[in-house]
Design a binder for this molecule. Sequence first.
Ligand code: B4P
Length: 190
Amino acid sequence: MLNLVLFGPPGAGKGTQSAMLVEKYNLIHLSTGDLLRGEIAAGTELGLEAKKLMDQGILVPDAVVIGMIRSKLQQNPNAGGFIFDGFPRTVAQAEALDYLLNESGTSISGMLALVVEEEELVSRLLNRGKDSGRSDDQNEDIIKNRIKEYNAKTAPLAEFYNHQGKYTAIKGVGKIEEISASLNDAITAM
Ligand code: B4P
C-alpha cells in the first residue's frame, strides 16, 4: 500500500502535483484544505469556524482536521493507498496519522517535500488569488502569515519524517512536468 505525504509551504504546488500522482498511482486524494473549503461552501458550523481562522492565515485546530481525516480513512477501508495533501501540518497531526494508519495495519511510505523560496510562493498565491475566489490568496499580509505559520508549526515535520528515514526533498521550482518526474523517481526509490 502506497501512502504518501505531500509536503511544502503554501503555494509550493501540492495540489497541482497531487492531481497527477493520484492518477498515476490510483491513490485516494485527501486534502484538508479542500475538505475545509467544502465545509465552508456547505455552510456548516465547522466551516464557519474554520473560515475565520483560514481568512487570517492561521491553522485550524488539530482536533478538527484529525477528525476529518479519521472519518475519510474509515470511509475507504479497501483503498489501495492515500495521498495526504496539506496534512499533517503539526507534530500532533503527524502522530495522530501514524496512530490511525497503524490501527489499519499500514503506515506512511514516505514524505515528499516540495522546496520553493518565499518570494516565489507569494507571487504564485497572489496570482492564483486573481481568479480563485480564495479569500486567503488575496492579500500579501495573510499569505505571509500562512508562511509564518508554516515555518513555526509545519516545517519541523521534516525532521519528524527524516528521523523515520522517510523524508525526500524535491526542487519545487520549474516546469510542472519536471517536478512531477522528480516525484515519480523518488516514489520508485521508496
Ligand atoms: P491548503 O488548501 O492546503 O492551501 P495551500 O497550502 O495554499 O496549498 P495549495 O495546495 O492550495 O497550493 P499549491 O501549492 O497547489 O490550506 C489552506 C488553509 O487551510 C491553511 O492556511 C489552513 O488555515 C487550513 N488548513 C488546511 N489543512 C490544515 C491542517 N492540516 N491543519 C490546520 N489547518 C489546515 O498551488 C499554488 C499555486 O501555484 C497554484 O496556483 C498553482 O497553479 C501554482 N503552481 C503550482 N506548481 C507550480 C510551478 N511549478 N510553477 C509555477 N506555479 C505553480
